[in-house]
Write a protein that binds this ligand. Structure first.
Ligand code: SF4
Length: 186
């Protein structure tokens, strides 16, 4: 009997956490034994699940987290350039989520408060300015404000079943049609 999974060429999937907490990645791992099926259908490119540092051409990019610094923007643009389909996974990618709580505050003042004015600091403490440090953005942004996003999967985090349903549709070449009973907006 033909196995439709083995007949399909493997897709290449990349994942990243930008300004996120890795909770959405943990939810992906919560698909449990379905990971075996996933492993038979996709190869992972750059991802916290692999040790691959350089992003190559991919079929699907899963983005967790919003944009809080210049490096996030650079990585997101690279994902958009290399991935045929980009998915915003979770509240932080879709609307900034918890990190966007800082948007009501002045980032310059926060840095001064933390590195210059906080009680107990050594004399001469200064805001770190090593050129290798990514520049913080004045505000945290959702990813669709910078690149085109093909699919949105809400939730904090989205459930493992919702992630599996979306991945299965994309792998099978179907348009994802989220089951409302699996979608949550926390
Ligand atoms: Fe973490 Fe929730 Fe943001 Fe996902 S959406 S990265 S689980 S805070």
């Amino acid at each position: 009997m033909n196995n439709p999974e083995s007949a399909r060429p493997k897709l290449r999937v990349a994942t990243v956490s930008l300004a996120g907490c890795f909770g959405c990645h943990m939810s992906l791992l919560d698909i449990d034994e379905r990971l075996f099926s996933l492993a038979g259908q996709v190869d992972f490119d750059r991802s916290p699940l692999t040790d691959i540092k350089e992003l190559g051409p991919c079929d699907i990019g899963l983005i967790e987290g919003g944009l809080c610094n210049s490096e996030n923007v650079e990585v997101l643009r690279a994902f958009r350039a290399h991935c045929k389909v980009l998915v915003a996974v979770g509240a932080c990618a879709i609307n900034g989520g918890l990190p966007a709580q800082r948007n009501a505050l002045d980032i310059g003042q926060i840095l001064l408060d933390v590195y210059r004015a906080r009680p107990g600091l050594a004399s001469g403490s200064a805001v770190p300015d090593d050129p290798e440090l990514p520049l913080p953005l004045a505000q945290v942004h959702p990813i669709h404000e910078v690149v085109h996003v093909d699919h949105f999967l809400p939730g904090c985090p989205p459930s493992a079943d919702a992630i599996w349903a979306l991945l299965s549709a994309l792998i099978e070449g179907r348009e994802p049609r989220p089951d409302p009973t699996l979608i949550r907006f926390d």
